[in-house]
Design a protein. Structure first.
Length: 53
């Protein structure tokens, strides 16, 4: 493998790692949004005030 090929392979690995990290963060945000929605809906059904009041 030439030096250029090694550099390109390393860059691809870095990009793949960044994409994986970004995807994991987006999935975390999605889980947090779903949890917030579930809690808020449950409180609304129970007749409780939202926590921001």
């Amino acid at each position: 493998m030439t030096e250029q090929e090694q550099r390109l392979a390393k860059e691809r690995e870095e990009i793949a790692a960044r994409v994986a990290s970004f995807k994991a963060m987006q999935e975390k945000f999605q889980r947090e949004r779903e949890e917030y929605f579930t809690v808020t809906l449950r409180k609304a059904r129970e007749g409780k005030s939202p926590h921001w009041r």
